[in-house]
Design a protein around this ligand. Structure first.
Ligand code: GAF
Length: 371
């Protein structure tokens, strides 16, 4: 057993591949240079206590905890302890001091960075190294069954498995996460994240209804997940099969996004691997159009950021993450970043929207022990 230590886990920005993870598909995120850090000390009385710099109320539960006994920020901590126990992973009581500089509610995975840091801290105190795919599933269980957000495996896998200076190519069905080298600076490019400040939440039913429509489409087409429709890489053939769902236009639109988005992820992985980074831009913008028109999970603030950034010279831009607000990721020439920011800021002021936030991102290291 370890007496004390510090563990941290980053937020993520997803370059492309959204709402594909729970459909068994592909995504290409990287870790943000923003992290949640947990200073943990073992306790021998079976209590889990946590304080968060951003919260007034401390958390205290007796392990393993009871599902639903805590809500608010503490649910992400207690939920992980509960999910570890459910998976048969025995961890000790602990005192946790939590700090984070991941923007909250911005679609950049602040909650998953907290859950992953707590999972690593609790297993670290027990001297356990749980393999990434298993730990990702445990964090997913906390999120799905304790917090109540029906999310997939993208965010926790990105946080746990990412490598500095690399994108992370996730295959959700295979539960693999392969690092793809990505030297944006050498190409004179930046990843610019625009926090639209439009509220983003995954527990209010809109995310779940999208997921339900995808599952409905898969069931009616006789496949386990929508990913299976493009196992032969025949995207046109997969789209043609959607004719069988003509009486359910919502399911057609959702499935069309997933089918085309998986193909776009593979295209971007190929472009990045072959050094054609500038050609990634239009694929990002096409992905945004697919989310806006077929997945219908965009909002006016997000569309304005995408349109303004591309009009100001960004090579491409798209909403990132679950959607319904949150952040936009844009691929921008380094020399144009300041101009893009100024144009988006001005467009928001003209539209009467709250002032957006900006963050330039170099892919950072994934979760781990710091001290
Ligand atoms: C959220 C979820 F947590 C992920 O699992 C994923 O579905 C994403 O939305 C959309 O790609 O971040």
């Amino acid at each position: 057993m370890t007496d004390a230590g510090t563990w941290s886990a980053p937020g993520r920005v997803n370059l492309i591949g959204d709402h594909t993870d729970y459909n068994g598909g592909f995504a290409l995120p990287c870790a943000l240079p923003r992290r949640t850090t947990v200073l943990a000390r073992r306790r021998d009385d079976g209590l889990l206590r946590a304080r968060s710099a951003g919260a007034t109320e401390p958390l205290e539960v007796r392990l393993p905890g009871v599902r639903g006994e805590v809500d608010g920020w503490g649910a992400y901590v207690a939920g992980v302890a509960w999910a570890l126990a459910e998976a048969g992973v025995s961890v000790p009581g602990a005192d946790l001091e939590i700090t984070s500089d991941v923007p909250l509610g911005a679609g950049l995975s602040s909650s998953h960075s907290l859950e992953c840091a707590v999972a690593l801290a609790l297993t670290g105190l027990a001297d356990l190294e749980v393999p990434v795919p298993e730990l990702a599933r445990i964090v997913q269980r906390a999120e799905n069954d304790y917090v109540g957000a029906p999310t997939g495996l993208l965010d926790q896998t990105a946080s746990l498995a990412s490598v500095a200076d690399h994108l992370t190519f996730i295959d959700a069905r295979a539960e693999t996460a392969l690092p793809v080298p990505c030297d944006l600076a050498a190409a004179g490019l930046e990843l610019l994240v625009i926090d639209t400040r439009a509220a983003h939440a995954l527990t209010d039913g809109a995310y779940g209804s999208r997921r339900d429509a995808c599952e409905r489409a898969a069931t009616r087409l006789g496949v386990g997940t929508l990913r299976e429709l493009t196992d032969d890489l025949d995207v046109d053939g997969a789209l043609a099969r959607l004719d069988d769902l003509a009486d359910d236009p919502e399911a057609v639109r959702r499935a069309r996004h997933v089918i085309t988005e998986n193909a776009r992820v593979l295209e971007v992985v190929d472009l990045v691997r072959t050094g054609r980074l500038r050609d990634v831009g239009p694929v990002l913008t096409a992905s945004h159009a697919s989310m806006r028109d077929d997945f219908e999970n965009s909002v006016p603030e997000v569309d304005l950021a995408v349109e303004t950034a591309t009009a100001a010279g960004a090579l491409g831009a798209r909403m990132t993450g679950g959607g319904f607000g949150g952040s936009v990721v844009a691929l921008v020439d380094t020399a144009l970043v300041a101009a893009v920011e100024a144009r988006v800021r001005a467009a928001y002021a003209d539209a009467g929207f709250a002032e957006p936030g900006f963050l330039t991102v170099v892919p950072a290291r994934g979760a781990g022990r710091d001290a």
